[in-house]
Design a protein around this ligand. Sequence first.
Ligand SMILES: *Cc1c(COP(=O)(O)O)cnc(C)c1O
Length: 425
Amino acid sequence: MTIGDIPKLGAFRKPGKEYVVPYLPVGSVVGDREIAAVTRVLRSGETLSGGGRREEFERNFRDYVGAPYAMSTTSGTVTLELAIHLLGLRPGDEVIVTPQTYQASIQPLLQYPDVEVTFCDVRQDTLNMDPRCLERLIGPRTRAVILVHYGGHPADMHEIMDIARAHDALVIEDSAHALGSVYHGARPGALADIGCFSFHSSKNITTLGEGGMLTFADPEWAERVDRLRGNEVDGSFLPRRHTFGDSKENLPGGLYPGNAYTHDLVALRKHGTNATLPEAAAAMGTSQLRALPGMVERRRAIAARLRETLGRFPGLVEAPEAPEGVIHSQHLFTFFVREGTHGINRHRLLHELDHRGVQVPLRYFPLHLLPEWRARGHRYGECPTAERVWFHEQVNLPCHPALSVRQVDLLCDRLEESLRAACTH
Ligand SMILES: *Cc1c(COP(=O)(O)O)cnc(C)c1O
C-alpha cells in the first residue's frame, strides 16, 4: 500500500463552532480548595520553585500509585523523554510501541535514528497493545516496550510483563490517561518499570495546566532523574570533588568557586534540562489528588449513562466494559460502530453528533502513519486493527467531570437522536 491508499475522512469538526457539549474545556474540576492551595503558596513569601510543596506532592503521588519513587516534571512529554533516556538505548536496539496513543508517547524515539521502532497492533475492544501481537514481534534485540493504558483502560499487564521479562525487555507505561485506574489490585504506574503521567489541563488531574510525573523503583534512576531534571546542578552549592576541566587551576586565586553552581558541563550539554514543577503547581497537584477519587467516580457515572444509552442499540454498537478486577478511569469514553455491521454509518453518526452540538474528535490517529514515521519506512497496512478502528469504527464522546448534569442529560439525548438518524434502515 502507498500513502495514497490511506482512506480519507471528511471534515466533521467545524472551526469556531460552539458546542453544547464540548469535548474538553478542562478535564478536572478546579474548586476552592485548589485556588486556596495555590494562593497560600503565592502569599507565603517562600520560594516559588524547588521548595517543600514539590516533595509533598511527590510523596502523596508515590503513596497513591504504590511505586517506590515518584518524581515530578513540567509535562507528560518531558517524563517520556526522561523515561526513554533512562532506557539507555544503543544503536541496533529495538523498541516495540503502540500506534494507538498520543504522539508524545513515542516522539522522543525520533531522536534515536539507529534504534528500530516496531509498531505492535492493538486489541479491537480496548485499543490497548495486543499481547498476542507483542509475542510475535518481540525478539533478542528488543530493549523496551512502550505502551499506553488507552483512555484509562489498563493494558493486559500480566501477559505483557511475562512476555517482556522472558526477553529482558523494559516496559514503560504511558499512564497519562490512567490515574485512578486499577489493575487487579495495583495501579498503573506501578505495573511495569517506568510510569509516565501528565497533568495537562485535559487529564484526570492537573497542576495549573501543565505538569508530569515519573514513577519507578530503581534508586539509581532516582539520582539520575534528579540531575537530569535539575540542569545537572549540584544544589548543595558545595565545591565538587571532580575537576572543572583544566581551567580550574587558572581561576583567580587558584580556587574552585565554592558558593556557585557547579554544573557538570559535559553532562548538561548532553542531557540535562530544567523541568522543575513550580511550587504553586505542586500544591495544586496535592489538592487535586485528594479530589481525584470523586472525579473518577463522576467520569465513571457519566460513562455508565452513555453505556445505558448505547445499550438501546444492541448489535449496532459496541461499548466494551472493563473485566472483573479492572477499574477504568474513563479518561476517554470510546465506543465502536463495527465496519460491516450494517445498521449504523459511523461517518454519518459523527456528522449527526456534530450537527447536534456534541464535539467528537477522533483519538488517536495511528502514529505509524504520521509523516515523521512514514519517513522512517512505516506504512499503511502495518497495524490493520488500529487502522480499521480509527478510519471506520471508533467514536469518542465527551466524558469528564467538568460537564454539568444538564450537559450529560443533553449528551445522552443527542447521542440517542444521532444514532437513530445514522441508522441506515
Ligand atoms: C497528554 C498525553 C501525553 C503528553 O503529556 P503532556 O503533559 O501534554 O506533555 C503523553 N501521552 C499521552 C497518552 C497523553 O494523553
